[in-house]
Design a protein around this ligand. Structure first.
Ligand code: TXA
Ligand code: MG
Length: 343
């Protein structure tokens, strides 16, 4: 098992370190070193113009990466950091273009995971203390929330000097909420670990217009947010998102059309009638949105491992606390141009 000191040294030497955060595992590199950050893109197979998030240990370190630090950033940072919130701010000039995808903005967060924070602190002593990290999965695939999923997805792509830190299962299970603070009004670019409700609550101390923006459904996303691509977070299996009343019939039809292939189901309630025949794996998911989010990626990985060709997912409730889960399921179910989307 890699020690924190060895992991921090690997970062100093320009290598990659997979580390746990409370949301998902990250594929980290020294965020101030262009060649190290380029390594992330190579391993992930991610297009070079997609920006990556910078992780730091303190608010002061975050500030030093920005050209301006609005009062709103201070407020959100004080309330939600360490935690699953990424702030998009105007970048400081010393940040490599490889991090920002050539944009004038930078995404920053302080993760709330003891191993991540210990690594950041160690790396602050030994090096820049800034870790650029996307989720530790191949581009377009489901993010890992367990070390085993990282090993399966990226194990054979990592180099001999790269390393993996095991921090157990991620507690949140979906990625951070991304809030863009570079415009006149704050905007949620990606729903995630911090709910829109909580953001509105905290923003409510500010002019009412802000809350309005935050409460709008964010369908017009800016370019170059890879998590905003239609097809993203997708397992190998085809995901079919169905309403509750469609699940049983949908399953029967799939069985009839392709009796030999394995099918997975993520349901809110057990089926009234057990599906006939072999090869159907039914998982009843938690009815609580946070617990569902915690389990979601792990269950998708598990069903992929079982060789499921199709995963039937019962649409969870539409209410606001389910927003991040709804978003990930919609993207997992979106048509993708390349069926095995290995890139
Ligand atoms: O929870 C998380 O955010 C995890 C953990 C590892 O921190 N990271 C993560 O990274 O989800 P990634 O690269 O898979 O997704 C980051 C998202 C991408 O959609 C990226 O385009 C967006 O953040 N992003 C990063 N910097 C940005 C910027 N300057 N402007 C707009 N979007 C940005
Ligand atoms: Mg990702």
């Amino acid at each position: 098992m890699t020690s924190l000191t060895n992991a921090a040294r690997a970062l100093c030497d320009g290598h990659l370190v997979v580390f746990p955060t409370e949301t998902v595992y990250g594929l980290g590199a020294d965020g101030l070193c262009t060649s190290a950050v380029e390594g992330i893109f190579r391993i992930k197979g991610r297009p070079a113009d997609h920006p990556v998030i910078l992780h730091v240990a303190t608010i002061d370190a975050a500030k030093s990466l920005t050209a301006s630090w609005p009062a709103r950033a201070q407020r959100l940072a004080e309330v939600f950091w360490p935690g699953p919130l990424t702030l998009i701010l105007k970048r400081a000039s010393h940040i490599p273009d490889a991090v920002t995808g050539g944009q004038e903005t930078v995404g920053i967060r302080i993760p709330a995971q003891p191993v991540a924070l210990a690594l950041l602190n160690e790396f602050s002593r030994m090096g820049s203390g800034v870790i650029a990290a996307p989720s530790a999965n191949r581009f377009g695939a489901v993010s890992p929330t367990r070390v085993i999923d990282v090993q399966r997805d990226l194990g054979d792509r990592l180099g001999p000097d790269d390393c993996i830190l095991d921090g157990g299962d991620c507690t949140v299970g979906v990625e951070s909420t991304i809030v863009d603070l570079t415009g006149t009004q704050p905007r949620i670019l990606r729903p995630g670990g911090i709910s829109r409700d909580r953001l509105i609550q905290v923003m409510a101390v500010e002019p009412a217009a802000d809350s309005e923006i935050l409460s709008k459904d964010c369908t017009t996303l800016p370019p170059r947010v890879s998590g905003a691509l239609q097809s993203h977070y997708a397992p190998n299996a085809r995901v079919m998102l169905l309403n509750s009343e469609e699940c049983e019939l949908g399953l029967q039809q799939l069985r009839a059309a392709s009796p030999a292939s394995s099918i997975g189901c993520l349901l809110m309630e057990p089926l009234k009638r057990e599906p006939s025949g072999q090869g159907v794996t039914v998982v009843v998911m938690p009815s609580d949105a946070q617990r569902y989010a915690h389990d979601l990626y792990a269950r998708l990985h598990d069903l992929d491992q079982l060789g499921c060709r199709v995963i039937v997912v019962e649409r969870p409730p539409q209410s606001i606390e389910w927003e991040a889960v709804q978003d990930r399921l919609k993207r997992a179910a979106a048509d993708r141009p390349n069926p095995d989307h290995a890139q």
